[in-house]
Design a protein around this ligand. Structure first.
Ligand SMILES: O=P(O)(O)O[C@H]1O[C@H](CO)[C@@H](O)[C@H]1O
Length: 312
């Protein structure tokens, strides 16, 4: 039986629901990817609520939502109120856009990001980045909680991301997959200078000022939600990754596609276990706790980086 494009087949007690396009072909959630026009609607909705234009979009990583608390003159918009926006489902990701001023620079913070393991396709995970761009933001600051693969990294340190390995992209999964809308950016965007060198240099200086142990390295993202096996971590290390997480890469690709300047960092929340004899387990509670532990110094750090960008 087909009703309104929804095909329902009865099989005993179960029903298989399949989605068909207007001309009968299969539709998946990926076929319903947002259009330029729908994201303009989202941005227009937000513009009506916020009397200023954010210059910088900030994505708060796991346990780092308090970065948004440092904003002055805050306007908080829960994701469920925003047209075409996904919902946050992960502990430590509150689920609101927070507009305000940080170091007198107008910004918008994502207090809660979207991950592939939540069931969202990558284009949907990174949809807010396009909304930030449409709101007028020229810069993206992406923060993440990550496991440290590099043996020199300690829990609580920060790694400035100089490059990433798009492992999900190796398997053909990319946020830019599907029809390209040139109003966002080109079909084949370069990715060799994804992370702004000047901002990395400035941030190293800022980190010294605020007493934050700092490194510079390569981030990689797996789909999650399970943490990695020993063998997978050993492989990632061999590939040249210094930190591993389950986010950021698709957001950065989307930001670079629409010509935003990107700065990103990993907070090392756990040391990756590459030894079969180790009895410890990584866990999300520990990840969030480390975010809380570094809350004040990270606020200070981000605020100063924002000031640097705003003063340029
Ligand atoms: O990347 P963020 O959102 O900071 O979170 C990281 O922490 C969670 C695992 O504890 C995963 O979601 C991983 O991606």
């Amino acid at each position: 039986m087909t009703t309104n494009g929804v095909k329902v087949n009865g099989h005993g007690n179960t029903q298989n629901i399949e989605y068909f396009g207007d001309n009968g072909q299969h539709k998946t959630e990926d076929d319903n990817r947002s259009t330029y026009e729908s994201l303009v609607q989202t941005a227009d909705f937000l513009k009506r609520l916020v009397p200023f234009k954010p210059e910088i979009g900030i994505i708060c990583g796991s346990g780092m939502g308090s970065l948004a608390d440092a904003l002055r003159d805050k306007i908080e918009v829960p994701y469920e109120r925003i047209p075409h926006f996904p919902r946050s489902t992960v502990k430590g990701h509150a689920g609101a856009l927070v507009f305000g001023y940080l170091a007198d620079v107008p910004v918008v913070c994502m207090k809660g990001r979207f991950h592939y393991y939540e069931g969202y396709p990558l284009w949907k995970c990174s949809l807010p980045v396009r909304v930030m761009k449409l709101l007028g933001a020229s810069h993206l600051i992406a923060t993440n909680a990550a496991g440290g693969l590099n043996p020199n990294y300690r829990v609580g340190d920060v790694m400035l991301v100089k490059d990433h390995i798009n492992l999900m992209g190796f398997a053909g999964n990319n946020p830019l997959q599907g029809p390209n809308d040139e109003r966002f950016g080109p079909r084949f965007p370069p990715m060799n200078q994804a992370y702004d060198r000047d901002l990395i240099t400035a941030a190293k200086k800022v980190a010294q000022e605020v007493g934050l142990p700092i490194h510079e390295g390569v981030y990689t993202c797996l789909g999650g939600p399970n943490f990695e096996t020993v063998s997978e971590l050993r492989m990632l290390k061999m590939l040249g990754a210094d930190t591993v997480g389950m986010s950021t890469v698709h957001e950065v690709i989307t930001a670079r596609h629409c010509d935003m300047t990107v700065f990103a960092f990993s907070l090392i929340t756990n040391e990756c276990i590459t030894d079969y004899d180790c009895q410890e387990n990584p866990n999300h509670e520990e990840v969030i706790d480390v975010g809380k532990m570094r809350e004040e110094v990270l606020k200070n750090f981000v605020q100063r980086v924002v000031k640097h960008i705003g003063g340029k």
